[in-house]
Design a protein around this ligand. Structure first.
Ligand code: SF4
Length: 359
């Protein structure tokens, strides 16, 4: 696909993940220069980035339609004034992740699995991120002392069968650190599988190179959970990255977030889901967007999400259909929205917190 932005960048640089990371767009002046149709000046970007910084790889920025104010890729990565409009009662951590950590960086909520926040770094800062409260933290990486404490906790708790690496994006870690983390976790006998949650295939697919794939395949069974939210993210490069995981025996599932203006139309969501299946990626979850400060404008009104899902369920293959769920406030588990109930109503329960309770 011909690039509308960054046309002069040689192909060799373009395909180099280090070049992409070095040239991330992170200030209002660069946005105004690259996307004059979307940013008349630097005011909006500067104002928003004081609260919520932004960073976009040239690759992901090149997927934007520079003439469209409501482009679904731009909505996901470029700062918007709406991020600064907060409703009373909407907090930064509605799932109480900070209160669910027995040791720093380890979220222990479900019976047989835990979440390790190994790094706060991401290639692109997604505007809908439910952990954007951490973006301004001075220290991004877990220290090795913290990691050792988390690993010791996991070793002690024999009910943990799966460790999910999240963050931030664990695939932004340098390869040596990633290997050390995976090797340590893999050596714990009751940890039977590893999962890595990552946006890299969507925002920096050139980082999925032979070295990374060889590293990851050593630690199978290991699953990759991607986050594609719009069919235009499924470029040839992104599909190739997913195929490369699959060729190494690393299954890939996708977790999308239902986002207003991005994928809240059945035709768009249908294209995304079928595109994923064509790429060999199983749509796993569709999350109803959580009430997080700075993310509210992405929330689809209750009722619309369930109506959309009901339509999808009637019209598309079961293989392409994800579970449609909502994370309950306070970290009380996941609730299925598939039977048509709204997030605020009583409904089907899908996953439970560790006490087996939803309410
Ligand atoms: S990659 Fe994940 S953690 Fe990072 S900003 Fe995007 S949604 Fe948030």
């Amino acid at each position: 696909m011909e690039r509308r932005l960054f046309r002069d960048v040689p192909e060799r640089d373009w395909r180099d993940p280090a070049w992409q990371l070095r040239h991330r767009v992170r200030d209002g002046a660069a946005l105004a220069r690259l996307l004059p149709g979307l940013f008349a000046g630097t005011g909006e970007a500067d104002r928003v980035s004081r609260a919520y910084p932004f960073a976009v790889t040239p690759y992901y920025l090149s997927l934007i339609d520079p003439d469209s104010q409501e482009d679904p890729i731009a909505l996901q990565c470029l700062p918007r004034e709406e991020e600064l409009r907060h409703s009373p009662g909407i907090g930064e951590d509605p799932l109480n992740e900070e209160g669910s950590m027995p040791v720093p960086g380890l979220i222990r909520r479900y019976a047989d699995r835990c979440l390790l926040l190994a790094t706060g770094e991401c290639a692109v800062l997604c505007r809908h991120c439910n952990r954007k409260r951490n973006w301004k933290a001075r220290r991004k990486r877990m220290t090795w002392r913290e990691f050792d404490a988390a690993a010791a906790f996991i070793e002690e708790d024999r009910s943990i069968r799966e460790v999910i690496l999240s963050g931030g994006d664990p695939l932004t870690l340098d390869r040596r650190s990633l290997r050390r983390i995976l090797r340590t976790l893999k050596a714990i006998p009751h940890v039977r599988m590893l999962r890595i949650g990552t946006r890299i295939p969507a925002v920096l697919p050139m980082a999925v190179d032979g070295e990374l794939l060889d590293l990851l395949r050593e630690f199978r069974p290991l699953w990759i959970a991607t986050q594609f939210n719009h069919p235009r993210e499924l470029t040839a490069e992104a599909a190739a990255a997913c195929a490369a995981f699959l060729e190494r025996g690393i299954p890939v599932v996708n977790q999308s977030v239902l986002l207003r203006g991005v994928n809240d139309v059945p035709e768009v969501m249908g294209d995304l889901l079928y595109g994923l299946v064509e790429a060999g990626v199983k749509p796993y979850y569709l999350f109803h967007c959580e009430p997080v400060r700075g993310v509210e404008h992405f929330r689809v009104p209750p009722g619309e999400g369930t109506a959309l899902f009901r339509k999808l369920r009637k019209e598309i293959s079961g293989l392409a259909l994800p579970r449609f769920v909502y994370d309950l406030p306070g970290g009380k588990g996941k609730k299925s929205l598939e039977s048509g109930t709204d997030p605020g109503e009583e409904g089907d329960e899908l996953s439970f917190d560790r006490k087996g309770q939803i309410d």
